[in-house]
Design a binder for this molecule. Structure first.
Ligand code: NAI
Length: 331
């Protein structure tokens, strides 16, 4: 069976080649993203493997269906970039990796929170230049701070456990609350209450029609003055223009984002010698209290191994007609 893999970097290729020794698929690696201009590369393959910023719109799905492809393997958890209705109409099966390491993302989120609370990003540059002054580096402690999580799924649950260790008060909103909180120490609140009482707000919900731009001027105005916002979920949850306004008025005292709503043509690429045309991103990068990482939260060795193993297992289950239901997005 032949699989065409898109948006492949050298590290992806290394992990896939190693894991594929146990599966024996024919893998074609393409560095380019999947888009209407690149679908032809999939000709002669039985499945496509795609990532977070690949284009799986109706037009692209139709084009790959015309090539006879009936399986899309997402090597990620999110599937907000797929036109699911069209995929169903075309009879395309979509599988994903629902969980590969919630620890990877939860720990990265904590790292971002600590960076903003203790200004490591500023101190790192300063000390390398021989500047050991503490002016402007005053931090704050997480202990007794109220941290509001939007979504209490797999990643948020790991983060709650970590934050409990810091002695922070954790509150959360989820339209589908956990029936059993186990030994996690947190309270469910309404979204309004969370906005009003959280010192730090961290996003852990999916991007969909209901959550698109849920952080905007109107919701920011309900938040505490000096709120810190962290997003390791999906860029579209936050309306960038309103964030910039909130940062300029100092309503928002810190912002950490691993995802960005217009990241598709920028993240995962080395743009250090290019002119970046996205003025909003460049404005964000100019604030001293904004930290941006390039969709890096998932990127650990454990997570990569799990992603690759699960993706190849998904393919195996499809071709052997023993579909792994838990990894199905649509069939
Ligand atoms: P999950 O599916 O386990 O949890 C999501 C939770 O959000 C569920 O409990 C669900 O009930 C809740 N939810 C749904 N609609 C909501 C709403 N309107 N408001 C509040 N909560 C809502 O997902 P998981 O694995 O915890 O992932 C969370 C997010 O992290 C996803 O958006 C995923 O795409 C993103 N992610 C980001 C990565 C990165 O590298 N930056 C890597 C992996 C996931």
């Amino acid at each position: 069976m032949k699989i065409a893999l898109f948006s492949i970097k050298s590290y992806d290729e290394d992990f896939f080649k190693k894991a594929n020794k146990d599966f024996g698929f024919e893998l074609s690696f393409f560095e380019t993203k999947l888009s209407i201009n690149t679908t032809e590369l999939a000709k002669g393959h039985d499945a496509i493997c795609a990532f977070v910023n690949d284009d799986l719109s109706s037009e692209v799905l139709t084009a790959i269906s015309d090539l006879g492809i009936k399986l899309i393997l997402m090597r990620c958890a999110g599937f907000n970039n797929i036109d699911l209705k069209r995929a169903k109409e075309l009879g395309i099966t979509i599988m994903r990796v629902p969980e590969y390491s919630p620890y990877a993302v939860a720990e990265h989120t904590l790292g971002m929170i600590l960076n903003l609370s203790r200004k490591f990003h500023k101190a790192y540059n300063r000390t390398r230049e021989g500047n050991f002054s503490l002016n402007g580096l005053m931090g704050f402690e997480l202990s007794k701070k109220t941290i509001g999580l939007i979504g209490t799924g797999k990643i948020a649950q790991v983060l709650i456990k970590i934050l409990n260790g810091f002695g922070a008060r954790v509150i959360a909103f989820d339209p589908y609350p956990l029936a059993d909180k186990g030994n996690l120490d947190f309270e469910y609140t309404s979204l309004e209450e969370l906005y009003q009482s959280a010192d730090i707000i961290s996003m852990h919900c999916p991007l969909n029609d209901k959550t698109f731009h849920m952080i905007n001027s109107e919701t920011i105005s309900q938040m505490k003055d000096g709120v810190i916002i962290v997003n390791t979920s999906r860029g579209g949850l936050l309306y960038t223009k309103d964030l910039i306004r909130g940062l300029k008025t100092k309503k928002i005292a810190g912002l950490a984002i691993d995802v960005y709503e217009e990241e598709a043509d920028i993240f995962f690429e080395d743009k250090s010698t290019s002119i970046i045309e996205d003025d909003s991103l460049m404005r964000l990068l100019s604030f001293p209290n904004v930290l941006v990482t390039g969709h890096q939260a998932f990127f650990t060795d454990v997570a990569m191994n799990n992603i690759v193993e699960t993706t190849l297992n998904n393919a195996k289950s499809y071709f052997s007609e023993k579909l792994l239901d838990r990894n199905l997005v649509s069939a």
